[in-house]
Design a protein around this ligand. Structure first.
Ligand SMILES: Nc1ncnc2c1ncn2[C@@H]1O[C@H](COP(=O)(O)OP(=O)(O)OP(=O)(O)O)[C@@H](O)[C@H]1O
Ligand SMILES: [Mg+2]
Length: 462
């Protein structure tokens, strides 16, 4: 994070440079508005800390005005002299993030800086989210982790072809969404996309669904009916849960895919079909083949192109993006446009392993939005399972520690601190003074630690 300090007084510039550099930021110092403009024009600046009084002819207000013209304006904190509250209020009105009066407490300033930068990165996240969403938003899905980018680029490549695609991924990872994306990105887009849940249908019904039947083929078959493979025309048939297809049907399916002809139940005639087939499963078909539950030949037939959908925990970077995506849907559906996550809630979501993957996240956000009293979705609106249980390793100090290669005491303690902060917040129902008590910390020290882990939110100052 890059901070620009604007102050006409050398001693103040030097002081702030040392303080903020020690706090881990990249710092540039200038003495006035002109030099500030030059830096802003040539480097990315995330935050400006400026004195209100800059020499005789200029002020922090000029800095604020210079900033407003930028496409991605940094946050601004204004330092005001004692007894100039009116100008501080004016600065806020001009878009300053906050102000701090001289003389100030170092820690107070650092906290303010940290919060301003938090706000900045949240805002940038939103901007890039919007950028990412532009092409075909809802249908195509969200995700810009390396893993998802690889998936999207494969989708682009396979969509225009006729190859059979097999999608593999845990439950809720978005297999159906990807199947649809493949359909929508192909020339078949305007044609039917027909999903068949192979797990929900017994052998007979599944075959007549897929291949069709003639009149009188079985009790209840009062009319001839084409199967979905024919009915889809040049569209796409999505064979969901392909791993659950009974072995006897697997044999028939293999023949059908090889010859691109179906024989409706009860008929001797074969009908050609042109639909594209996309299949999905949450099972490891290789293992199913070894166990004798899935035909090897069908596996190879389906497995021409395999798309592996990573579980959400292996692309945790996508969690805030997806959470925001689902929250946006709730905003629209509930007509509550102010809904947003507290940083703590977002942090807890980002740290969770999501055994139910994207679907689980979607449900959690929907639930939280429905339960939230105000506009802010806090820890209290998340399901109890999510609110950090302390790590067993950290909870058992009597155990002999294991020191594998790559062990770092600093990371370990940092991680433990974070987990305990979250656990205390959760047990205290988000009430920070109580959480501090639970940890045997003063409120001040607790608040400081929250900020250090990026877990604090605005009302902390209250
Ligand atoms: N990348 C994504 N962006 C936005 N929404 C997504 C994304 N991936 C999945 N979803 C949403 O998550 C939910 C689950 O996705 P989907 O039904 O495609 O998963 P699945 O892998 O087929 O799950 P299951 O194995 O349980 O059938 C859907 O509501 C889907 O819209
Ligand atoms: Mg599915």
């Amino acid at each position: 994070m890059h901070i620009l300090v604007v102050d006409d007084e050398l001693s103040m510039r030097e002081f702030l440079e040392v303080l903020l550099t020690r706090a881990g930021y990249q710092v540039t110092c200038v003495d006035g508005v002109r030099a500030a403009r030059e830096v802003l024009g040539s480097a990315q600046v995330d935050l400006i800390v400026t004195d209100m009084k800059l020499g005789t002819s200029q002020s922090g207000m000029d800095v604020l005005r210079a900033v407003r013209a930028l496409p991605e304006p940094p946050e601004v904190i204004v330092i005001t002299a004692f007894g100039t509250a009116a100008s501080a209020v004016e600065a806020m009105r001009e878009g300053a993030y906050d102000y701090i009066g001289k003389p100030f407490d170092n820690e107070e300033l650092k906290l303010l800086v940290q919060k301003a930068l938090e706000k900045r990165s949240l805002r940038r996240e939103n901007v890039s989210l919007r950028e990412h969403l532009v092409p075909g938003a809802g249908v195509m899905g969200v995700g810009r982790s390396e893993r998802m980018r690889a998936v999207w680029s494969l989708v682009e490549k396979v969509a225009p072809t006729r190859s059979t695609v097999l999608i593999h991924g845990e439950s809720g990872t978005g297999k159906e969404l990807i199947a649809k994306a493949i359909h929508l990105k192909s020339q078949r887009a305007g044609l039917p996309f027909l999903p068949v849940n192979c797990a929900a249908l017994n052998e007979g019904v599944l075959e007549s669904e897929l291949f069709g039947h003639v009149k009188g083929a079985f009790t209840g078959a009062t009319q001839e009916r084409p199967g979905l493979l024919v009915h889809a025309g040049e569209g796409t048939v999505f064979l969901d849960e392909i791993g659950e297809v009974p072995l006897a049907t697997q044999v028939k399916l293999l023949r059908v895919l090889q010859e691109r002809k179906v024989k409706p139940v009860g008929s001797a005639a074969e009908i050609p079909f042109h639909a594209r087939v996309v299949a999905a499963t949450n099972r490891r078909l290789e293992a199913e083949v070894k166990a004798g539950r899935f035909r090897e030949d069908l596996f190879y037939r389906l497995n021409v192109i395999t798309l592996e959908l990573p579980p959400l925990r292996e692309r945790a970077g996508d969690i805030p993006l997806l959470a925001e995506h689902f929250l946006e849907r709730q905003r629209q559906e509930l007509g509550r446009l102010g809904l947003r996550f507290s940083p703590e809630a977002l942090a807890v979501l980002s740290a969770y392993a999501f055994p139910g993957n994207v679907r689980q996240l979607e449900n959690i956000v929907e639930r939280a939005a429905t339960l939230a009293d105000g506009d802010v979705l806090t820890l209290a609106s998340l399901p109890p399972t999510l609110r950090g249980e302390p790590a067993p390793s950290a909870a058992a100090p009597t155990e002999e520690p294991s020191l594998g290669s790559g062990f770092s005491l600093e990371h370990y303690l940092d991680d433990a601190e974070r987990r305990y902060l979250l656990a205390a917040l959760s047990q205290a129902g988000g009430v920070k003074t109580r959480a501090a008590d639970l940890l045997g910390l003063t409120f001040r020290s607790f608040r400081y630690r929250l900020a250090k882990h990026g877990l604090s939110d605005r009302d902390d100052e209250a």
